[in-house]
Design a binder for this molecule. Structure first.
Ligand SMILES: [Zn+2]
Length: 119
């Protein structure tokens, strides 16, 4: 594995599949993991796993062999991935309470990162 994902500044990019790459969202600047979807288009996932049972089913994604599939993977013990666009800071805060909380947490993390970069 080479490239920026292996040494991303936030230290969260632990890329297991060669087809993933670390990329900052062009709209809000926060880190994402970009993978191909089943139709071949690139999908920016939010780094980390999220509680599948608390999120709207239509927002759930899972990875298999580096490809993004809709829905949660039953082998992931109740966690799932979400697309970055579900909580992108360039968009209004989501109406769903858990997505809204993830959006809020991401906005706090982005603010902390901006402050750290100013020092
Ligand atoms: Zn974004």
């Amino acid at each position: 594995m080479t490239g920026p994902a292996a040494d991303s500044p936030d230290g969260q990019a632990r890329v297991r599949q060669g087809r993933c790459r670390f990329e900052r969202c062009p709209a809000c600047g926060t880190p994402t993991h970009v993978h191909p979807g089943i139709d071949g288009r690139e999908i920016a996932l939010q780094p980390g796993n999220h509680p599948a049972g608390l999120l709207p089913p239509r927002n759930l994604r899972h990875l298999s062999h580096g490809i993004v599939y809709p829905g949660a993977d039953p082998r992931e013990y109740g966690t799932a991935r979400i697309e970055h666009v579900s909580i992108c800071l360039s968009l209004p805060r989501p109406a769903h309470p858990v997505l809204a909380e993830l959006w809020r947490a991401l906005s706090l993390r982005a603010a902390c990162e901006r402050n750290a970069n100013r020092r």
